[in-house]
Design a protein around this ligand. Structure first.
Ligand SMILES: C[S@@+](CC[C@H](N)C(=O)[O-])C[C@H]1O[C@@H](n2cnc3c(N)ncnc32)[C@H](O)[C@@H]1O
Length: 271
């Protein structure tokens, strides 16, 4: 495979291209919502599972945090030190500006997740990953190695993601396709090279700079976690589409998995 930088840098450019469109559609909505003290965007079923981590006062890292609205919500739920990391310059600028505007004490750093500086090692009680992160990452093993290094002993990894099963089904863009018919592979070693824009917020159609999307199976994800000193303590699957790309499938009420929550605990440091 090519160097991971080839992919992450292309994805950075594509995300910088998309963010102004997301902002055009959503910026004032988020500003209105965060003007209410204590606002949180986090809902069931994620809310219940996040509460099980007893976030009060805990340090949280959000990887692939985009414009920071989830991390600011977690801060508003009572978390301690909160740091968000994202590769998109424009997403991070938006997150920093909103946190400052509403006095929400979160830090945001623009970086490729693979390059998060070592100064953050062992600094976090919780590493949080949500909706649409893992597919952008070319090397899952190296990613979970980084996650593990960020966690303190007995710290928690929390993932709320689209279910890999949904990768096989047509996205809503393919309007004429049967939303329950398997059209793509589950096992796929090469990334998809996408040229369609990623304005799933404002729904503008445009030809984008190339972006790379990686299909990770459940076993890729679970094995990479347990091989990096974390043990699985919770896994639940849901019928709800959280990607906004498979709404037509969800509407079929076919009882198939479209999202999941995984919680893993960093093993205690015995050194
Ligand atoms: C779909 S968003 C997910 C964010 C969040 N859950 C949300 O719904 O807004 C994906 C984010 O991953 C970021 N990203 C992609 N590759 C990355 C990388 N290698 N390092 C850090 N962030 C990355 C993108 O810039 C983008 O902001």
């Amino acid at each position: 495979m090519d160097s991971p930088k080839k992919y992450t840098e292309a994805n950075r450019i594509a995300w910088n291209e998309a963010m102004p469109l997301h902002q055009k559609a959503n910026q004032s909505k988020w500003d209105d919502r965060f003007s209410t003290p204590g606002y949180s965007v986090i809902e069931a079923p994620e809310l219940e599972q996040l509460r099980s981590l007893k976030l009060e006062g805990k340090s949280v890292a959000h990887l692939c945090c985009n414009n920071g609205v989830e991390l600011m919500s977690i801060k508003n739920m009572g978390a301690g030190e909160c740091v968000g990391f994202d590769i998109s310059d424009i997403a991070i600028e938006e997150a920093q500006a909103r946190a400052k505007k509403f006095g929400i004490d979160c830090r945001f750093m623009r970086t490729d997740v693979y390059d998060i500086p070592d100064q953050f090692n062992h600094q976090f009680d919780v590493v949080y990953i949500s909706i649409g992160c893992l597919g952008w990452l070319p090397d899952l093993k190296a990613f979970f190695e980084k996650v593990s290094s960020l966690l303190r002993s007995s710290g928690m990894l929390f993932i709320y993601e689209s279910h890999p099963f949904s990768e096989m089904l047509p996205s809503d863009d393919l309007k004429d396709a049967d939303p329950l018919k398997i059209i793509d592979p589950y096992f796929k070693s090469e990334p998809y090279v996408e040229l369609d824009g990623i304005d799933y917020v404002g729904k503008t159609n445009y030809k984008s700079e190339p972006q790379y999307w990686f299909v990770w199976t459940l076993s890729d994800i679970i094995t990479s976690i347990i091989n990096n000193d974390m043990k699985l303590i919770h896994f639940s699957e849901y019928r709800e589409d959280i990607s906004t790309m498979h709404r037509r499938t969800e509407e079929q009420k076919a009882d198939i998995p479209l999202s999941y929550i995984l919680i893993a605990e960093k093993e205690q440091d015995t050194h």
